[in-house]
Design a protein around this ligand. Structure first.
Ligand SMILES: NC(=O)c1ccc[n+]([C@@H]2O[C@H](COP(=O)([O-])OP(=O)(O)OC[C@H]3O[C@@H](n4cnc5c(N)ncnc54)[C@H](OP(=O)(O)O)[C@@H]3O)[C@@H](O)[C@H]2O)c1
Length: 346
């Protein structure tokens, strides 16, 4: 094994802590620096995760020449600025989902990555996980015949706090961008694999949403997608309603149920996909054995593909991210959700 990839974290919030804890289980990476908007937060985070270098600003962190890879863990509206600055500082980038607020911003980030010759990946951890690879293999093998219908839900109930990034419009609040993005990415993946591609774009996107009177963001939302070859998808997202966060796929010869599509075996361990075919009385349990944590697998995926600049599908490639952002733009357009600074059509 080569030298460990030197990581730094930009932002000391909830997912920053999760990633820091998981990186300890990575076989390829080591956390060496953290940057925060305040020295106090950087120090607290550094003490907790035993990180030697703590910076009181993101700019100071990016000036550290020894850091090779940056994990961007700020709220979504800040991703575009810091991803472009990190690319210009020639750091490899793993940026939290959604990569940016809309497709136009995502294009700017990808251009900066291309121009600086650095690795860039949108951090959809489930796309890096062996369970998703197994799902793709099952579909490629035609285990349920022709795919007809996809159902994908990611929805939870959070406290009604208008200052939290989930409900605050200035911080990119709302469920479509927070968790609907997982569902669009999954539906595009499944429909694409079903027709022999890595992913495919929907022909039609129609949404409805409950926009909170106080929050001004979509507190829960639904979308209907139509793909080529007659594949349809029903998506549900929410930050104010607990739903069963699952994926179901119905085909001409059976169905697939994924009980834990988004955070499979969080700390490592087995995870299961159920396949029901017309030939069998009961569903077949397909057990996926995993010996690393969800976010460690993601960090190891980055390390394994630095030279190629992108990790291969089902991890998020640049074109996959652009297509997903476009689908999110269309979903938001359909429900009339526009963020500050965006043109009328996102
Ligand atoms: N992949 C996953 O499983 C997953 C899970 C949760 C969230 N996420 C994504 O990760 C990102 C962060 O989510 P989170 O839940 O970790 O958010 P969070 O707990 O609110 O933390 C965000 C951090 O960003 C920094 N920040 C920079 N500018 C800020 C501003 N204007 N206001 C508030 N904080 C600011 C802060 O760190 P400093 O004070 O240190 O600067 C803050 O602690 C989001 O894009 C989200 O979609 C991904």
């Amino acid at each position: 094994m080569g030298p460990l990839l030197q990581w730094r974290i930009l932002g000391t919030g909830a997912i920053g802590h999760t990633f820091a804890r998981s990186l300890a289980g990575s076989t390829t990476g080591k956390l060496i620096a953290v940057g925060s908007r305040t020295q106090h937060s950087a120090d607290l985070f550094g003490d907790e995760h035993k990180i030697p270098r703590r910076y009181p600003s993101y700019d100071a962190l990016l000036r550290d020449k020894e850091v090779e890879a940056v994990y961007i863990a700020t709220p979504h509206p800040m991703h575009v600025e810091w991803a472009i600055k990190a690319a210009n500082a020639r750091k490899h980038i793993l940026c939290e989902k959604p990569l940016t607020m809309n497709r136009a911003e995502a294009l700017a980030v990808i251009d900066a990555a291309r121009q600086n010759g650095i690795f860039l990946m949108e951090a959809f951890m489930y796309r890096c996980h062996p369970q998703t690879r197994t799902l793709v293999e099952l579909l490629r093998a035609g285990i349920i015949g022709d795919v007809r219908l996809i159902q994908a839900t990611f929805s939870f109930h959070s406290d009604y706090n208008l200052h939290s990034r989930l409900l605050n419009k200035q911080m990119g609040g709302g469920s479509i961008l927070d968790v609907g993005c997982y569902c669009t990415a999954m539906a595009r993946l499944i429909a694409g694999v079903a027709i022999g591609k890595d992913f495919v774009e929907p022909i039609d996107v129609t949404g409805v949403a409950h926009i909170g009177a106080q929050s001004g963001v979509d507190e829960y939302a639904l979308a209907l997608l139509k793909f080529p070859c007659g594949i349809l998808a029903q998506l549900a997202s929410g930050v104010q309603v607990a739903q069963e966060s699952i994926v179901r796929i119905y085909g001409s010869e059976g169905s697939i149920f994924v009980p834990s599509p988004w955070m499979p075996s969080y700390s490592g361990g087995n995870t299961t996909i159920f396949v029901q075919t017309a030939r069998e009385w009961s569903p077949q349990a397909i057990v996926v054995e995993v010996n690393a944590g969800l976010y460690a697998i993601e960090a190891d995926t980055v390390a394994a593909h630095l030279q190629e600049k992108q990790a291969p599908s089902p991890a998020m490639t640049w074109d996959d991210t652009l297509g997903n952002m476009e689908t999110l733009d269309r979903w938001r357009e359909s429900v009339g959700l526009i963020y500050e600074g965006e043109p009328t059509r996102a």
